[in-house]
Design a protein around this ligand. Structure first.
Ligand SMILES: NC(=O)c1ccc[n+]([C@@H]2O[C@H](COP(=O)([O-])OP(=O)(O)OC[C@H]3O[C@@H](n4cnc5c(N)ncnc54)[C@H](OP(=O)(O)O)[C@@H]3O)[C@@H](O)[C@H]2O)c1
Length: 183
């Protein structure tokens, strides 16, 4: 049984209110050593994965959106949150590229931002909100112990942002405090 089928069977008629696409990978990403395989592996996980997971859970999200007679879009009603990165910002890359090159990761997160925008436009008709959120530089395996933010701080901040999202935020690219990031 697929994850979507298992969730569907467990939730029944209520549907799924909130899907968070969090899983991602990074890679060495230097131009000198870059391979097609490295590019495709990161793209597959960070872009194709979230898009196909969203597609698989769409029937459950639609069900949730229909089940709740709320006028406003929200994470309580039906939403997809894509966990992105500041490194996916094309505009901000002018400032931060010299610190981290990370070609596959940057390109994948820029593409994930486009996935978010496309889904937000597509799924407005079903009242499903779709927003990209950058969690900050966080002390995880990916972020390392050098990161300034703890997991608890980043997650609790993002939870507050999620609770505040409405139709005004669908298709937006926000940070862990809810501040807009330039595309
Ligand atoms: N940490 C940061 O500073 C930072 C900054 C900006 C954005 N982000 C974003 O925040 C999100 C979480 O990152 P993190 O820092 O928690 O990274 P992490 O410590 O490397 O954890 C990544 C998680 O994704 C899972 N994952 C990777 N590939 C997968 C796959 N193909 N299928 C299923 N699960 C998979 C991993 O599972 P396994 O352990 O089982 O492999 C792991 O649980 C990511 O989207 C990342 O890009 C993180």
């Amino acid at each position: 049984m697929s994850a979507a089928e298992a969730v569907e069977a467990s939730l029944g008629t209520t549907g799924l209110n909130l899907l968070i696409n969090n899983a991602a990978i990074n890679s060495p990403g230097a131009l000198e050593t870059l391979t097609a395989e490295e590019m495709m592996t990161v793209y597959q996980t960070n872009v194709v994965g979230p898009l196909l997971v969203s597609k698989a859970f769409l029937p459950s999200l639609k069900k949730a959106a229909q089940a709740l007679d709320l006028e406003r879009m929200s994470c309580n009603k039906a939403a997809i949150i894509n966990i992105t990165s500041l490194l996916g910002s094309i505009e901000k890359s002018r400032e931060n590229f010299r610190c981290y090159h990370l070609y596959p990761y940057r390109i994948s997160k820029a593409a994930l931002n486009m996935v978010t925008l496309c889904l937000s436009e597509d799924l407005k008709q079903y009242q499903i909100l779709c927003t990209a959120i950058h969690p900050g530089w966080v002390q995880t395996d990916m972020g390392s112990t050098m990161a300034p933010l703890t997991v608890t701080y980043s997650v609790s901040s993002m939870m507050k942002v999620l609770a505040s999202l409405s139709e005004n935020d669908t298709g937006k690219y926000l940070d862990w405090e809810g501040k807009a990031i330039p595309w």
